[in-house]
Design a protein around this ligand. Sequence first.
Ligand code: HEM
Length: 393
Amino acid sequence: MHGYGTRRSDSGGDRSMARLSTAAWPFLAAVAAALLCSVDAVIVEGLQVGFYNQTCPSAEEAVRDVVTSEIGLDRTIAAGIIRIFFHDCFVTGCDASILLDETPSGDVPEKESSANGFTLHGLRTLDVAKSTVESMCPRTVSCADILAFAARDAAVAAGIPFYEVAAGRMDGLRSNMDDLPGNMPTPSHQVPRMSELFVKRGLSQEDLVVLSGAHSIGGAHCFMFSNRIYGFSQGADIDPALEPAFAEKLRKVCPPRKDGDDPEQSPKVSFDGRTSEKLDNVYYSELLASRGLMTSDDALIKDPETKTTVDLFAGDNAVWQEKFAAAMQKLGAVDVLVGEGKGQIRKQCRLVNKPSKQSKPTSTRQSMPALRPKRKKPRLGLGNFIPGFHGFF
Ligand code: HEM
């Protein structure tokens, strides 16, 4: 399920090909091309709109009420929840593995990765949503579905027209911060690497551009882009791709980093300084005006293919919003656990269910090994950043 597409090379292939009739070559070439481009099917089918209509008809409404009221108190939560959803789906699929505080295996969970850690925002809202739904319909609605509903509700609260969320995801039993390197894009990535990671997940290069538009809300801590405003290269202290006035503004907010700085104290800067609470296409116009915050944002206008898509979205908010909703639906189907014998419905999103002495394993209550002692947590600091973040700070 979680295996990645294999790019196969066959060094012995040339000799055997030579022995075959040339008539077979077009067919073999097509097969070879299919193998080279193959990725495992990670967009899983089987989710349904209205999945809880019979078992918990008010579930979606309850999640929406919690999410909208929390966002009413703190607008920044919308961005946080959308990001949590993305980070969950990109690592072992949309299985709420990002919400686990501890794991049965003792692995250090995804949440503790420095790509997550203190930068995750909105976890408490998800706890409230889960406990509200749990009090209405115990052990019925998965945390993975609650997160997918909540991400939709957050997007709608930030201006995206309503879209349906198909449900029926089960919650995963494992979570390991070591799964992030090599799967999560980092702020230093260029388009080819990001596209590769998206394709690995069954998403397209267009989905990369569409979903990066989530950076129309929320922001990034200074250390995520400080490489662009201090010591950029031997010849230029500031990335010449940045609009000079914007770079100066960033330098005022983000002082140069010193050894021993506490990353949690790092200021946070909005991706889109013009409409930072609205999910709209201004993010794309800002990119075109050389005001993209991180290297990975700016990369979208450096690459000629993605630049064409950026141009399109910058000129048409309605098209982008529609595509964003569709891409969020697609993201929500990545590597999901559906059907008999897959995962469980957690009672609390932060913990896998404890095995009950009496209960036999079932499809919804899979028996769990006893909790093993947790591996030592890494200290969250810049030095512990996942590979790919290194070298930037
Ligand atoms: C594809 C490459 C991407 C990279 C390299 C990337 C990286 C980042 C980084 C480093 C931050 C700043 C975190 C912080 O400092 O607190 C961030 C924030 C954010 N990201 Fe991404 N991201 C990517 C794609 C996405 C996608 C596809 C989505 C959603 C579908 C998304 C949603 C968000 C949101 C909403 C925020 C703001 C969070 C907040 O303010 O709490 N990102 N991203």
